[in-house]
Design a protein around this ligand. Structure first.
Ligand code: FES
Ligand SMILES: [Fe+2]
Length: 450
């Protein structure tokens, strides 16, 4: 039996050190599920996955299966996927359409708004005892729909989703809005799900802007797997970031991202020359977005992680990736690929192929990343290894507040975003109140970069 190292000792932000225990110990895994995943806002899915009444998509919150469902009246719900009688999964499909969820065990059935409807032999066995209205499916108390995405929290006291997002919304908007700047309008064109043997926080950290690990992707950079790959133009992604100021931004709620602030004379960088229809589409979108958003069009998202486990790629490959913890050393990844719903079919097809080349279990870039995460997890499990903390001292203090974009901003590669993530993580594990968890009254810390 191992003893859990107290969180305040495990996370030493003053010196930039974090114990390996939080990546490998079952006690920390349990504490995360109990104290963090029961409170934080979690990504559930996308409304484009459930367009019609009766549509459902089975998702996860922490270790638990939940049903995202559109009821007969069109309202969206998230239910715990567990029968109120003996707990059987009431839905064993990944997605579909139904008017009733019929439990396979003893056939209690629930309507798509969660109400217990059918109870076999009700008159004989339950009349005057079972009050059907008290045995609905368990529903999340907090649900938010934001530009097509669906989020939920199990904590009735959780702040509204937009307050939880805080300034991170400006970055998330660039992920969810149409490429031509119209608000929202994305759709999910596919979801990859797979399991890998690493702690989920390695993946979350990667998306907090770990640009430092770029050497891991040297092979894909050399081959050139991006749609614009051609003689002399190699790389993984399109070319649009070439002239921008890269920024690594943290927010009090624990969110962190790597975005790019483009110069005021924002110019289109050709990226899809091999595909004239796609090139024309993105050129048009670029000019249209600039016209619509003005100076705001300068902010381009690269990667980010919305606390705790919803990561994104903002431009290409565009999508949201959720890291569901199975155990301290095993994670289930769900990557939701996004496109503009009204993009031409040829654009969607080129993007779909690029997304799969880049991301997901067979994606070349994602494989590079996973190899790091799983070997780092395995090599941190040992008794000796666990005595030595990880180092998070990169660019300590080298960030400024609200310059050149809102938030705690670094203009050089930094581990400020993971340090900020673990500050908030510790707050959840210590049972902090919501003021502390989202930094409601937190005074901005001004640290000069120069
Ligand atoms: S467990 Fe569902 S009806 Fe018995
Ligand atoms: Fe990577």
């Amino acid at each position: 039996m191992t003893t859990q190292l107290p969180i305040d000792q495990a996370i030493d932000l003053e010196h930039g050190m974090i114990s390996r225990e939080i990546f490998v110990s079952p006690e920390y895994h349990r504490a995360e599920l109990d104290k963090l995943f029961t409170r934080a806002w979690l990504f559930i899915g996308h409304e484009s996955q459930i367009p019609r009444p009766g549509d459902f998509y089975v998702s996860r919150m922490g270790e638990e299966s939940v049903i995202l469902c559109r009821d007969a009246q069109g309202a969206v719900h998230v239910f715990l996927n567990s029968c109120r009688h003996r707990g059987m999964k009431v839905c064993r499909y990944e997605q579909g359409n139904t008017s009733l969820f019929v439990c396979p065990y003893h056939s209690w059935s629930y309507t798509t708004d969660g109400k217990l409807q059918g109870v076999p032999l009700y008159r004989v066995l339950y009349e005057n005892t079972l009050k059907r209205e008290e045995w609905s499916l368990i529903e999340v108390p907090k649900l938010a729909l934001y530009k097509g995405t669906v989020w939920a929290s199990w904590d009735p006291l959780a702040p509204e989703f937009l307050e939880y997002l805080g300034g991170a919304v400006d970055h998330l908007d660039q992920v969810l809005d149409c490429r031509d700047g119209r608000p929202g309008g994305s759709e999910v064109i596919g979801v990859h799900k797979w399991i890998f043997p690493a702690n989920w926080k390695f993946a979350a950290e990667n998306f907090l802007g770990d640009t430092y690990h770029n050497p891991s992707h040297r092979s894909v950079d050399m081959i050139g797997i991006n749609p614009s790959a051609q003689r002399g133009v190699k790389g993984r992604r399109d070319n649009e970031y070439n002239r921008g100021q890269h920024v690594w931004v943290g927010f009090p709620q624990g969110h962190g991202m790597h975005s790019v602030l483009m110069p005021p004379d924002l110019q289109y960088e050709p990226s899809y020359q091999q595909y004239p229809v796609v090139e024309e589409y993105f050129r048009h979108c670029f000019e249209e977005r600039k016209r619509r958003l003005g100076d705001k069009a300068r902010l381009l998202p690269f990667v980010g992680n919305l606390f705790p486990n919803a990561s994104y790629h903002g431009r290409q490959p565009r999508g949201i990736c959720v890291w569901h913890p199975h155990s301290p050393t095993e994670t289930e990844a769900w990557r939701f690929f996004l496109v503009d719903a009204d993009a031409p079919a040829e654009v969607k097809d080129v993007l779909r192929r690029f997304y799969m080349r880049y991301s997901g279990p067979a994606g070349m870039t994602e494989q590079d990343d996973m190899e790091n995460w799983l070997y780092a997890t395995a090599a941190s499990k040992g008794t000796i290894a666990r005595r030595y903390p990880f180092n998070y001292q990169m660019s300590m203090g080298a960030y400024k507040t609200n310059d050149p974009v809102p938030g705690d901003v670094a203009t050089q590669i930094t581990e400020q975003t993971p340090r900020n993530f673990y500050r908030v993580y510790a707050s959840y594990l210590n049972g902090g109140d919501w003021d502390a968890l989202i930094g409601r009254n937190r005074a901005p810390v001004q640290v000069a970069a120069e």
